[in-house]
Write a protein that binds this ligand. Structure first.
Ligand code: GLU
Ligand code: ZN
Length: 278
C-alpha cells in the first residue's frame, strides 16, 4: 500500500490539510504501507519555497514522516510532455486558443449562463476542428472527450471513503455531457492539474489516493486518463472536508486556521487530531 499527500506550496497548511495528511499517514501505518510527500508546484507563479519548508515543518511536527527525495512536479515537465505526446499521436488532443471569456460566451445559454463540470465550464468545442497533425505544439491543449471515450462504455473506480463508498461506474455519455473536453495542458504550464496528478500517481506506484471529497468529481477524469495512458487505477478514498463554524470548507485563504498559528498558541499534535475528529 502506497499513498501520498500532495500539497501545493501556495500557502500554509490548515486544519483540512492536517486531517488529510494524518488520515493518509494513519492508513499507511495500519496497512504497513508508505506515505509519500509530493509537492504540486506546477503553478510556479503561486508556489514558494518558503511554503514548502513550512509545510514539511508542520507535517513533521504532526508526527508524519516520508521517504526522501520528495517528488516535485516542477521537475517533471518532460514526463508530462511525454504523456501528452502519446495522446497527441493518437489524435486525442487538439490545440485551444480560446480565452476564458470566449469559452464562457460560447457555452452560455440565454439567461442561464454556462454549465460547469469538474474542469470548469463545459467546453463548447470551438477549437475541435483545429489541425492535429505534425509534432505536439506548445500552448493549451484539450482532450477530445468523444474520441477519448470511443470504445469505452464507462470508467470504473472504487472509493473506500465514507462519503461515496463503493464501486463507481461513470458512463461515457455522462462524461461527455458533464465533463466535456478538458484542458490537459495549460498555455502557461505545459500541463494541467489532472494530467500531472495521473502521471505522477503512476510514476510513484500509488495504490491508494487519500484526498478530500472536493476532488471526487475529478476522479472520473483521472481514471479516464489512466485508461488512455495504460496506467493502473488506484483505490480512492475521498474523505470528509473540515469546515469552519459556518459550515464552509476551509481554503488556503483561511490563514486564521493555519497549523502554524495553532502551534504558536501551544496546541499539541494530539489537540489537532481531536480538532479534526481523529
Ligand atoms: N495538490 C492538490 C491540492 O492541494 C491535491 C491533489 C490530489 O490530491 O490529487 O489540493
Ligand atoms: Zn478553444
Amino acid at each position: 500500500m502506497i499513498t501520498r499527500f500532495a500539497p501545493s506550496p501556495t500557502g500554509p497548511l490548515h486544519l483540512g490539510h492536517a486531517y488529510s495528511a494524518l488520515l493518509a499517514s494513519d492508513m499507511a501505518r495500519e496497512e504497513g504501507g508508505a506515505l509519500l510527500l509530493r509537492i504540486e508546484d506546477i503553478d510556479q507563479s503561486r508556489s514558494r519555497p518558503e511554503w514548502e519548508r513550512q509545510i514539511e515543518d508542520d507535517l513533521h511536527w504532526l508526527g508524519i514522516n516520508w521517504p526522501t527525495p520528495v517528488l516535485r512536479q516542477s521537475d517533471r515537465i518532460p514526463a508530462y510532455r511525454s504523456a501528452l505526446e502519446l495522446l497527441w499521436e493518437r489524435g486525442l488532443l487538439y490545440p485551444c486558443t480560446c480565452t476564458r471569456r470566449d469559452i464562457y460566451e460560447a457555452a452560455s445559454a440565454p439567461q442561464e449562463g454556462a454549465r460547469t463540470g469538474p474542469d470548469g465550464v463545459i467546453y463548447p468545442g470551438t477549437c475541435r476542428g483545429k489541425a492535429r497533425t505534425g509534432p505536439l505544439p506548445d500552448g493549451a491543449m484539450r482532450l477530445d472527450m468523444s474520441r477519448a471515450l470511443n470504445g469505452l462504455e464507462s470508467i470504473e473506480f472504487q472509493d473506500t471513503g465514507a462519503q461515496n463508498p463503493g464501486n463507481h461506474n461513470v458512463s461515457a455519455i455522462s462524461m461527455l455531457e458533464t465533463v466535456g473536453d478538458i484542458v490537459v495542458a495549460r498555455r502557461d504550464f505545459g500541463t494541467s492539474y489532472h494530467l500531472s496528478v495521473v502521471v505522477d500517481d503512476a510514476f510513484q506506484n500509488i495504490t491508494h489516493v487519500v484526498r478530500g471529497a472536493d476532488l471526487f468529481e475529478a476522479t472520473q477524469i483521472h481514471v479516464l486518463l489512466q485508461t488512455l495512458l495504460g496506467y493502473p487505477t488506484p483505490v480512492y478514498h475521498h474523505h470528509r472536508l473540515i469546515r469552519d463554524e459556518n459550515g464552509r470548507r476551509l481554503a488556503k485563504r483561511d490563514d486564521a486556521r493555519a497549523l502554524s498559528l495553532y502551534r504558536r498558541e501551544g496546541l499539541t499534535p494530539q489537540n489537532i487530531r481531536a480538532l479534526v475528529g481523529l
